[in-house]
Design a protein around this ligand. Sequence first.
Ligand SMILES: C[S@@+](CC[C@H](N)C(=O)[O-])C[C@H]1O[C@@H](n2cnc3c(N)ncnc32)[C@H](O)[C@@H]1O
Length: 313
Amino acid sequence: MTKHISVMPKETLDLLDVKPDGIYVDGTLGRGGHSKLILEKLKTGKLYCFDLDLQAIEESKEILKDYTNVIYIHDNFMNMNKYVEKVDGVLLDLGVSSPQFDEAERGFSYNYDGPLDMRMNLEDRISAYDVVNKYEEKELERIFREYGEEKFSRLIARKIVEVRKEKPIDTTFALVDVIKSALPKKVLSKKGHPAKQCFQAIRIEVNHELDSLKKFLDSFDEILKVDGRVVIITFHSLEDKLVKYHFKKITSVEDDVRIACLPQDVKHADYELLNHGKKASNEELENNRRAKSAIVRGVRKVYGKVCKKKEKD
Ligand SMILES: C[S@@+](CC[C@H](N)C(=O)[O-])C[C@H]1O[C@@H](n2cnc3c(N)ncnc32)[C@H](O)[C@@H]1O
């Protein structure tokens, strides 16, 4: 079994600043690495752990078996408001875990031959096979361009549609071959795997990764206590942009809603930025290459909703 090494453990826990009696949520349990660090700091507090992947939950239950104050929930973190009321902190460590990535059967990796799957939640209906073999050319092109930032999205989408007319593309290596055959020769000799961006794009589409993140960002305020913290680790620019701009928005004083508030309540933001985005140290990168693209950001809730927009006369 591949081990998952948790990214930026110290930085993440420092940002979360766990209170021993607090209620916390790990929205991306994985193999319980960050959860364990949170649990070590809790005394009377509780930890709710979410994962879309049942295997992640089962293995983490074993890893965290010494702790009785953990509640496991097999659901998307975007739904956490259904399960918890008021919490002191939420952690998201986005993306895929090493065991998911390194198990050929899960079909996430261009490095291992396996079925085209990529579902985090094996109960979901749509897999990478469906995306690659059933989506229209225009839709494939859009996904590769938007979610993979792939320059040759049109060429690759066209090639996929051409090849699948003959025979379904049903394995990761078959898809890699199709992608390679669509790319100009000079691109193939460049650094980095030629299928990396398309694989990322398909994975985002299959697991609705950006929609889940957006929904979480738009709703976490409902469950976060004053002084509570949200800490998010992202692994690519699409995720990081969403987090960065949302955090910027909630930590800035706007003059729309608050302008109608009482004067003493006007001049503050509801949240405080805890950092400006931190990357893993060189020392960490020596032991964990997965941390290379990681950025951790955090916010603290400073005030609850202090006022409502004044009714128009
Ligand atoms: C990078 S791993 C987390 C690793 C974990 N922090 C650790 O230290 O072991 C991400 C995990 O989050 C899960 N995941 C990703 N998106 C999710 C979502 N929207 N809702 C719930 N779980 C999700 C994945 O299945 C995966 O197990």
